[in-house]
Design a protein around this ligand. Structure first.
Ligand code: NAD
Length: 361
């Protein structure tokens, strides 16, 4: 099969971690007989330098014409003094909006080999941890009506949480489709004991569940969900929730996995189109030092294969290659930090990490 991928290396360590990821994708192509065509496009600080704007129209056009987008990271000290609306990070918001990316997927995957990096007790996470938070990304309180008004207690400010049946249905379908490719359990998180919008959320998710009889659905209030993620995170498979609850829960859940250098993410639109990127930023402190961990971006590419291209075996092959490299005791500096027995491990750089993962496919 042929796949067209728009590649946005961006700034800082972005081009380095993307370079290693393309190495791994090429190896997948070679082994499984696929052709990945990459079109590199500018976004972020490098686009400001070359084109005078963070998100050139040409970039958006190429992304829209591609089957998926793979992004490194944008931003850096050089552009920190620009006004807010001209900064490199505007490229991310622009891409999310213009590509209609309404579902944000943040897996929290703890590799056995990195269990020492997990702040939870070993018995809570023994046997590994693998959950994913599906967060609604373009609705809810972050996009609702807002303003100020006078009250008898003085000036007040308000932000409105609002969700339509259509918005809830499409994010719930993403979560159920994902659960079908995983362990067939969805936990919907809301605050239906208090909020009207949450009651519509719960009713709609329950209706969507009827189309997925193989998937178990449970509902949790958000306050309980936070406790459960810390108390017993292994009970979860797919968590689906609103924009604001997802913002908070996905950061919380990701922390149980240790380093930011290991965390992939995806943002999906309708029709399986998606943008895949590491959770971390451009780490200007590491740029050009060969010290950045490329695994978050490589694991993001595995998500691209699984969720946009439907290449499940190939996605597993990437994740297994990462596990093998960790099992063989290779560590980039960020994950070496939490190692209980660093003398038993070998420190590697960005390029060697990419080479080893590609060689293990
Ligand atoms: P950051 O994620 O870039 O870095 C935070 C810390 O994590 C740093 O100490 C960094 O060295 C370390 N780190 C990050 N990625 C790593 C990796 N792959 N391997 C090893 N260590 C890693 O966040 P920041 O410092 O707050 O932001 C730096 C720049 O990135 C800013 O301009 C910010 O706006 C931008 N940013 C971009 C994105 C994105 O493109 N999606 C996300 C967050 C921040």
């Amino acid at each position: 099969m042929k796949y067209n991928i728009a590649v946005v290396p961006g700034d800082g360590i972005g081009p380095e971690v993307i370079g290693e990821t393309l190495k791994v994708l090429d190896r997948i192509g070679e082994k499984y007989g696929h052709e990945f065509n990459y079109t590199k496009v500018l976004a972020g600080g490098c686009a400001i330098d070359e084109k005078g704007e963070p998100l050139p129209e040409e970039t958006v056009k190429i992304c829209k014409e591609s089957d998926a987008v793979l992004l490194g990271a944008v931003g850096g000290w050089k552009w920190d003094t620009l006004p807010g609306d001209q900064r490199p990070e505007m490229a991310l918001l622009g891409l999310r909006k213009q590509l209609g990316l309404f579902a944000n997927l943040r897996p929290a995957l703890l590799f056995d080999e990195l269990a020492a990096a997990c702040p939870l007790k070993a018995e809570i996470v023994s046997g590994g941890l693998d959950l994913v938070v599906v967060r609604e990304l373009t609705g809810g309180i972050y996009f609702g009506e807002r303003g100020h008004k006078q009250t008898d207690m003085g000036e007040a400010a308000y932000d409105v949480e609002q969700y339509s049946v259509g918005e809830i249905t499409r994010i719930a379908e993403v979560a159920f489709d994902m659960a079908m490719k995983r362990n067939k359990k969805v936990t919907s998180v809301d605050k239906a004991n208090v909020l009207e919008s949450s009651r519509l959320w719960r009713k709609t998710v329950t209706e969507v569940a009827e189309k997925y009889p193989e998937v178990t659905l449970e509902h949790l209030y958000v306050d309980n969900a936070v406790m459960q993620i810390i108390r017993d995170p292994k009970q979860f498979d797919v968590i689906v929730t609103s924009n604001i609850f997802g913002d908070i829960l996905s950061d919380g859940a990701s922390q149980v996995t240790g380093s930011i250098g290991m965390l992939p993410s995806a943002s999906l639109a309708t029709g399986n189109f998606g943008m895949y990127e590491p959770v971390h930023g451009s780490a200007p402190d590491l740029a050009g030092t060969d010290k950045a961990n490329p695994m978050a971006t490589i694991l993001s590419a595995a998500m691209m294969l699984r969720y946009t291209f439907g290449l499940l075996e190939e996605a597993d092959a990437i994740e297994n290659a990462v596990k093998k490299v960790l099992a063989d005791k290779y560590r980039t500096p960020d994950i070496m930090l939490n190692e209980k027995d660093p003398a038993s491990c070998k420190e590697i750089g960005t390029k060697e990490a990419g080479d080893l993962i590609a060689a293990n496919i």
